[in-house]
Design a protein around this ligand. Structure first.
Ligand SMILES: [Mg+2]
Length: 263
């Protein structure tokens, strides 16, 4: 999850001011965490605190509502903001990027792929129950799961092409014309392609931001994948953690301690 958070923070200043190059200072003072980080933490908290009498769906609704309310101005889309603020529990057929931006903790919490995909669907369908929303979340989760197994980029690419999206472009090809869109179909394949072209964790984040679009969210999704495959440099982690408040940092620490053997 820290990879996703780093991507969100690095991409935050380019969301509405795209930077179509891999050359930039990765994290600067004007950066901040956004809804991508908050909801990633909420899903991590749901996985860790799901009660015995609670379904994972119920846990996800509980944590997204309770944690989400602490950050009313972090960049939610209108409908999601309404869903959080009013404690709505019914999904609203979203196919927005929120499905993919918050999913990265799930593939770190399950070794069994089928169980992992079931959990990914559960935490997604509580709001993003449009088939393309669910597909976007499952694609991101599955790529992270495959990256954790250190499957080759070729193998991952083949699986994505067969199960989720046809990856028919390179980042260089789309960079000149790709624009800000907030749907899974127009963002998740791009985030996956950025990961599959990466040569390091940092290069993955830079590539994701360089194509433009919904930069914090694309870098967040790519960052989750890159964390599972490459090592996250300690200096980048330490810098990003300074941007989190105590509540979110505590969730990251507990999650990594429990699922990623980090002390
Ligand atoms: Mg955001």
């Amino acid at each position: 999850m820290i990879g996703a958070i780093i991507g969100d923070i690095a991409g935050s200043r380019f969301e509405f001011n795209n930077h179509k190059s891999k050359e930039f200072e990765l994290i600067v003072p004007e950066c901040n965490f956004t809804d991508d980080t908050v909801m990633t933490c909420a899903i991590a908290e749901a996985l860790m605190t799901k009660g015995e009498r609670e379904t994972l769906q119920e846990a996800a609704i509980r944590t997204m509502h309770s944690i989400g309310k602490h950050y009313p101005n972090c960049g939610y889309g209108y409908y999601f903001y309404t869903w959080i603020l009013n404690d709505l529990t019914e999904p609203y057929n979203s196919l927005g990027n929120g499905a993919g931006m918050r999913i990265s903790p799930v593939p770190f919490a399950f070794d069994d792929r089928a169980q992992m995909l079931e959990a990914a669907k559960a935490v997604t369908e509580v709001s993003h129950n449009h088939p393309e929303g669910i597909k976007g979340a499952l694609a991101v989760a599955d790529v992270i799961w495959m990256a954790r197994q250190k499957m080759s980029f070729e193998e991952i690419r083949q699986t994505v092409n067969e199960k989720y999206y046809k990856l028919y472009f390179t980042c260089d090809e789309i960079r000149p014309t790709y624009e800000h869109v907030e749907t899974c179909m127009e963002s998740v394949p791009q985030a996956i392609e950025a990961f599959l072209e990466s040569t390091s964790f940092e290069d993955a984040i830079r590539t994701a931001i360089s194509i433009g679009g919904d930069s914090d969210t694309i870098a967040c999704m790519t960052g989750g994948m890159a964390e599972a495959y490459w090592d996250v440099p300690e200096d980048i982690r330490e810098l990003a953690e300074k941007y989190l408040d105590a509540r979110l940092l505590d969730i990251v620490r507990r999650f990594e301690n429990r699922y990623q053997n980090r002390i």
